[in-house]
Design a protein around this ligand. Structure first.
Ligand code: SF4
Length: 699
């Protein structure tokens, strides 16, 4: 350890100090923030002592640098890398293009010996597959002729690209054409592939294996935890979950399953192509089509969001024919010396494993054997468009906490979960429960002995999580999960106003038409009073369209509506034209960053209470009626509302009004918890106060 390293956390002062620190020298306008410094120290401590930190850091805290700097420092000192897991592409781009390059310079400035490398890693389908490209070049065919030009452009690009990354590919190429030139993990033959040595996906993986910091998204990380045992994913000493409020929901989707006619037809194509068994492939298609036609008929007649009827469809013939495929693919090809390097053997294994997974999925779906899983048939909203080709059997587990606890929190030495919104009503209880970090009473187990006798005991292997608020002076080694809420750097009392206008009917189904009308009128009034500068976020597309129609031609400011242009372009137009108005749905709810006057008034139409048409919500309500509302349903909505409200104040110079058109927040018993999840001080009940606040001089 150099003199500079005599104090293990001295680097924090040297990096973050105002005026004289490394960041102050490298970042124009840099200012240290109390919340950021608190978070850095807590993260440093958690990595050093090992454990889990739940860190709520409001917008403007600078949480990215707060988690990157201590985890990079630990990676450099320990030689064990850190993994940053993110929920969206924009954050990945920010990390790779802005924050990590900045920190390479910052660490070098702190100590020239402190160098580190970083790498973004994506799922296999994001990279050009050389095998698929070769298949196209050999045949010159790709689906319909309309894609031929795109395919030729992609093939030409494939010869010159260094990365093979979809984000570098010609922008004219559609997702459909890209899919034909890429492959998924369950169709890739890896080391047995003739193109393995030059494979773009494997090259990126090799580079990630050497990096000190790896950035990945939740989907990739969770799928690796479930299906693969690749050493690369075991070597991290620190895992950062950014946007951690999303982690459990994404885990549900990743740990869930789906089967469609397309999956079985794809398997049949591979049976024909790689096993040479055309009769079996035909039999698979001929059995799968009537099966999914029956599923489609059932789906069209369902009046519940979930399938709650075991054996609702006869699956035995389909299972038998997929079982034939599994058996046909079993074993080696018989014509090779080294099956580990034999492409035919590798295809056989992939077909075997996919057939096995499909059988298990159909069996589980039809028997609905798992109590804590929601089973449903996914189909287009419009009944006229439902076909056997577009229905899917879907299943999603409700409880993912146990899996996350075992596969992430118990497995890696330090896990830092950060977000602007982790608590609901000021409590970490909901997020701890979602992530599997609650202390459960020791489980009683019964052990059966060989002689037939049984003994009762406690499951000593069960992991116990102990939670406490983070306190830097606390030396209690038993505490392995800590929660920290750092203060906002913004002055909400001066910078913002929260308005919940009275007199608007509640947005409940009986009031749909009158609420839509009242919402359109209120938004029109706000646009007038605030001179445009309004972002209105809707919880339903139907309401957005209704309001857009009512406003078109009736306001004096440019109207931007989601769907009229790609989201990125709309967001930029809204930023650039200060007086414009943007109407959008939940895709703008998280991640939209508009600083300055362009976003002076944020409107949310309705509390984001989830619909009971959602199969997961329906299942939770039926199965856990005692805990559903207060432990699950309302806390989820509170976190989401806080995320949406977080679009308003993005810098210390922003001023703005948040108008919620749903006065249930003032009346209902859950409203207090929702209000406590928001950063505003006080609430006004008059719509006119919005415009008055914006025109009043800044205090
Ligand atoms: S290893 Fe082969 S099949 Fe797999 S992605 Fe690379 S080129 Fe494609």
């Amino acid at each position: 350890m150099s003199t500079k390293e005599a104090h293990p956390d001295r680097y924090i002062d040297e990096m973050f100090a105002n005026h004289t620190g490394v960041l102050a020298r490298l970042v124009p306008g840099y200012a240290a923030r109390d919340g950021q410094i608190q978070l850095v120290h807590a993260i440093h401590d958690t990595i050093a002592k090992q454990g889990v930190l739940l860190g709520e850091a409001p917008t403007g805290t600078g949480k990215t640098l707060a988690y990157l700097i201590p985890s990079i420092m630990h990676a450099i000192r320990s030689g064990r890398p850190a993994l940053v897991v993110t929920a969206n592409k924009a954050l990945q781009e920010q990390l790779i293009e802005k924050d990590l390059p900045l920190l390479v310079n910052a660490f070098r400035a702190y100590n020239p010996a402190f160098t580190f490398s970083y790498q973004l890693i994506k799922g296999r389908s994001n990279y050009l597959c050389l095998r698929e490209m070769e298949a196209f070049n050999a045949s010159g065919l790709l689906g319909g002729a309309e894609n031929l030009e795109e395919a030729q452009a992609l093939s030409a690009w494939g010869l010159i690209t260094n990365t093979g990354d979809q984000s570098d590919a010609p922008s004219s190429v559609s997702q459909r054409t890209w899919s034909a030139f890429s492959t998924s993990g369950d169709r890739c033959t890896r080391r047995a592939c003739a193109f393995h040595e030059h494979c773009f996906a494997d090259r990126a993986l090799d580079e990630a294996e050497q990096a000190n910091v790896v950035v990945a998204n939740y989907d990739l990380f969770f799928s690796k935890l479930l299906y693969a045992n690749e050493p690369m994913w075991a070597r991290f000493s620190t895992i950062i979950f950014d946007e951690a409020h999303e982690a459990a929901n994404i885990a549900r989707r990743c740990f869930g399953r789906e089967v469609s006619l397309g999956h079985i037809n794809q398997l049949a194509t591979d049976v024909s192509k790689y096993l040479g068994d055309h009769n079996l492939a035909r039999a698979m298609r001929n059995t799968a089509t009537p099966f999914f036609e029956e599923v489609m008929r059932y789906a069209l007649n369902m009046d519940t969001p979930r399938v709650c009827e075991p054996d609702f469809v006869r699956a035995v013939e389909l299972i038998d024919v997929v079982d034939d495929a599994m058996r046909a693919a079993k074993g080696k090809c018989g014509g090779c010396d080294d099956d580990a390097r034999c492409g035919t053997c590798a295809y056989r294994t992939l077909i075997h494993d996919r057939a096995k997974a499909i059988i298990e999925q159909i069996q589980e779906f039809v028997s609905q054997s798992n109590d804590s899983t929601a089973y449903w048939i996914e189909k287009p909203y419009d009944a006229g468009r439902v076909t056997a080709q577009n229905v899917r059997l879907r299943s999603v587990p409700y409880r993912v906490g146990d899996q996350l606890s075992q596969r992430v929190f118990e497995r890696y030495p330090a896990v830092i979960a950060v977000s602007a919104t982790l608590t609901s009503g000021g409590s970490f209880d909901f997020i701890r429960d979602e992530l599997g970090l609650t202390s459960t009473p020791p489980t009683r187990v019964t052990v059966k002995h060989k002689d037939g006798t049984e003994t009762d005991g406690i499951d000593l292997l069960a992991h116990v999580w102990k939670f406490a608020p983070y306190n830097s002076n606390d030396g209690d080694d038993d505490i392995n999960v800590r929660g920290l809420r750092v203060p906002t750097p913004f002055n909400y009392a001066k910078q913002a106003k929260f308005v919940v206008p009275l007199g608007i009917p509640w947005p409940i189904s009986e009031n749909d038409a009158i609420f839509n009308h009242a919402a359109a009128e209120a938004i029109k009034q706000l646009i007038h009073d605030c001179q445009g500068r309004v972002l209105a976020l809707f919880t339903s597309w139907r309401r957005l369209k209704y309001v857009a129609e009512k406003l078109a031609g009736n306001i004096d400011y440019p109207l931007l509506v989601q769907g009229d242009a790609p989201n990125k372009i709309l967001a930029q137009m809204f930023r650039d034209d200060t007086n414009s108005v943007l109407l959008a749905t939940k895709s703008f709810w998280m991640g939209l960053d508009v600083q300055g006057e362009s976003l002076s008034c944020l409107v949310i139409d309705k509390l984001p209470l989830e619909s009971f048409d959602d199969p997961l919500i329906d299942m939770m309500k039926q199965r856990h009626p005692e805990t559903f509302w207060n432990d699950f349903y309302f806390p989820r909505a509170a976190i989401e509302l806080a995320q949406g409200a977080g679009r308003l104040i993005r810098s210390t110079t922003d001023r703005g009004v948040f108008v919620l058109l749903d006065s249930r927040i003032l009346v209902k018993s859950y409203g207090g918890m929702m209000c406590r999840s928001l950063p505003f001080v006080g609430v006004s009940k008059s719509l006119a106060d919005a415009g008055k606040f914006l025109t009043s001089p800044s205090p």
